[in-house]
Design a protein around this ligand. Structure first.
Ligand SMILES: *Cc1c(COP(=O)(O)O)cnc(C)c1O
Length: 348
């Protein structure tokens, strides 16, 4: 159990400020004349500002994940929550954050935008998490630790006990990004949020749910952290179209589960077939919807595929990922197209 003093690591200006109070904050409910928000009275329903607190959608998400509404933040992708965590808890030019390396690039970008020192701690050669090395990188100015499980780009789940060791011993906030958790067969660490007031779990509708275009990400944490993120977000950060479409889509939860099943099956097939390609040296074990593939000549393969209209991600310049391409699992026909192209490449 971790129990840190969140107030003590909240930036002073954030602690002191009041949230912008919108018309929709001051009056909620039904009325015959809405004359409080300077909206255009025509063009219903798009003329109205959306619910700033996404109450109906949060209720549905609360049911879905069995977490109280007060522990949920919704943002314009999980990227919004990442940026807000920096703005709430890190003092520009003074604080630092720690991240495992390699991992998702947005953590470092947000650190740079907010002028926060970014400390990278290498994963082990098998991409497993070295909890002691992460903890050793921390000092009194460390405010956030970023962990990603399953990790992007290495595609592996992190060891639960190593994550918990960091959560229990780090004196700041641990941000655990579970964007790909649905593909792993593991329920993830959401149940640990109630035991640790310094654990923020990020989830997104962009991957397993198939809703990347809608831009909706979730952060789950102790209500004290959620209250701070909510206070500093843009008042109407999730538009009404996104709220409505997501609400409808959640009710078709079965569709997501069916997609996940298909994708995991296709991932296993793709992994097996890729190993038959001469140019492929290794396919790393994946708990996600993509494969990290070590090749003999990543740039040449990348360009060969690109010329055929098949776009993969060159990750060969990333730590511990020499020679690697990252390949997202596609439809059956996309996967076949890729494999046929690679067989051609072998026969050049
Ligand atoms: C794709 C991805 C996300 C999703 O970000 P959104 O802003 O919610 O689309 C988050 N974290 C990681 C590691 C990802 O790869």
């Amino acid at each position: 159990m971790a129990n840190i003093n969140v107030n003590a690591i909240t930036r002073e200006n954030i602690r002191a400020m009041k949230a912008y109070s919108s018309a929709r904050d001051e009056f909620q409910g039904e009325a015959s004349c809405f004359m409080d928000a300077n909206e255009n009275p025509y063009n219903s329903p798009l003329n109205r500002y959306p619910d700033p607190h996404q109450r109906i959608l949060k209720k549905e998400i609360s049911r879905l994940y069995n977490i109280d509404d007060s522990g949920i933040f919704l943002g314009n992708g999980s990227d919004e929550a990442i940026d807000l965590l920096f703005r709430a808890f890190c003092i520009p030019g003074k604080s630092n954050v720690i991240s495992m390396d390699p991992s998702y690039g947005m953590y470092e970008v947000c650190a740079a935008i907010n002028d926060i020192e970014f400390r990278k701690v290498l994963l082990r050669n098998d991409f497993s998490l070295d909890a002691d090395a992460i903890l050793a990188a921390a000092d009194e100015n460390s405010r956030l630790v970023f962990l990603c499980s399953p990790n992007n780009p290495s595609s592996n789940l992190l060891d639960k006990n190593s994550i918990l060791k960091i959560v229990r011993n780090f004196k700041g906030i641990v941000v655990l990004d579970e964007a790909y958790i649905d593909f792993s067969g593991f329920e993830g660490m959401l149940p640990e949020v109630k035991n640790n007031n310094n654990l923020v779990v990020l989830r997104t509708f962009s991957k397993a749910w198939g809703m990347a275009g809608v831009r909706l990400g979730m952060a789950f944490a102790d209500k004290e952290i959620i209250e701070i993120l909510t206070r500093i977000k843009y008042p109407y950060n999730v538009n009404q179209l996104s709220q409505d479409i997501m609400l409808e889509h959640i009710k078709k939860n079965g569709l997501k589960n069916k997609w996940v099943e298909e994708i995991v099956k296709a991932r296993k097939f793709l992994e097996k077939e890729l190993l038959k390609i001469d140019a492929v040296l290794e396919v790393y074990p994946s708990d996600a919807n993509f494969l990290l593939v070590k090749t003999k000549d990543p740039k040449r393969i990348y360009n060969f595929l690109k010329d055929k209209g098949i776009i993969v991600r060159d990750r060969s310049a990333v730590s511990l990922s020499e020679g690697c391409l990252r390949i997202t699992v596609g439809t059956e026909s996309e996967n076949d197209t890729l494999l046929k192209a690679l067989i051609q490449y072998d026969n050049l």
